[in-house]
Design a protein around this ligand. Structure first.
Ligand code: MG
Length: 255
């Protein structure tokens, strides 16, 4: 599969798809509090997408014969890293919750995630959120024309490594466009090869995933939820970005 570069027209649509995701996440960040039911988040996102004229990207997503994803959002609490399916669970003071959203607008996907503290959280959780978000922005900073994919992977890796936290392997970022997952795959650590050169029109979802404890994760019996093996806290931040001529990447999923 080849990388599909986007035209200016396509990037304009992708910015709209991204804005819908960014706006929805910004509102959710304000809503998150102890006692909030995860299904209320699911319903809020459904209503927002409807209002914005966007479709739910995640609902019924079924790569490689997996059980179709049964929900509109991924909401992962504490030791759950990614792909948590919303239930009637209520958030509690001290939890951290990852909200991962995908919206399809005029045929193009925006994909972003944030991890949010629920009330007051412990210092490890605070640092974990800080480091993971910093790793995302380090990756974005390295996403310039003339650099290669390994520069992005390395910037993410270096930011996490100095913290003493663990980088999750086996999951990572990806190209994004008409499909949620396009080439290339973006590991959150250096590879032996420098990878494709970053050229204008390349759109990537960068998404560092970091564990406070060991690096190992497993898929739960529901066939989707990915959790840390040692039960430690974990964190995930994601933006969809476009490589732009002459300088900094454009973050498509900002509000
Ligand atoms: Mg993604």
């Amino acid at each position: 599969m080849a990388i599909k570069l986007k035209s200016e027209e396509e990037l304009t649509i992708m910015r709209e798809a991204g804005r819908i995701v960014g706006n929805t996440l910004a509102q959710l960040r304000e809503m998150i509090r102890p006692g909030l039911n995860l299904m209320a988040i699911e319903q809020f996102v459904r209503d927002e997408y409807k209002r914005a004229g966007a479709k739910e990207t995640f609902l019924n997503y079924a790569p490689g014969g997996k059980r179709p994803y049964p929900s509109n959002i991924c909401v992962s609490v504490n030791e759950q890293l990614v792909h948590g399916i919303p239930t009637n669970r209520e958030l509690q003071e001290g939890d951290i919750v990852t909200l991962d959203l995908g919206a399809t607008y005029n045929g193009y996907v925006g994909d972003a995630a944030i991890t949010v503290p629920v009330g007051k959280v412990n210092p490890i959780a605070e640092k974990l959120l800080e480091v993971t978000e910093a790793a995302l922005w380090a990756g974005i900073g390295a996403a310039r024309p003339g650099n290669h994919l390994n520069d992005v992977r390395g910037a993410i890796e270096d930011t996490i490594k100095v913290s003493g936290f663990s980088i999750v392997k086996g999951y990572g970022g990806h190209g994004v466009g008409r499909e949620m997952h396009e080439e290339p795959h973006v590991e959150n650590y250096r590879q032996r090869y420098r990878g494709p050169e970053l050229v204008p029109g390349l759109v990537l979802a960068l998404e560092p995933m970091v564990n406070a404890g060991g690096p190992d994760v497993y898929e739960e019996a529901d066939g989707w939820t990915v959790s840390t093996k040692d039960g430690s806290l974990c964190c995930h931040f994601e933006h969809t970005i476009a490589i732009r001529a002459g300088g900094e990447a454009q973050v498509l999923t900002l509000p």
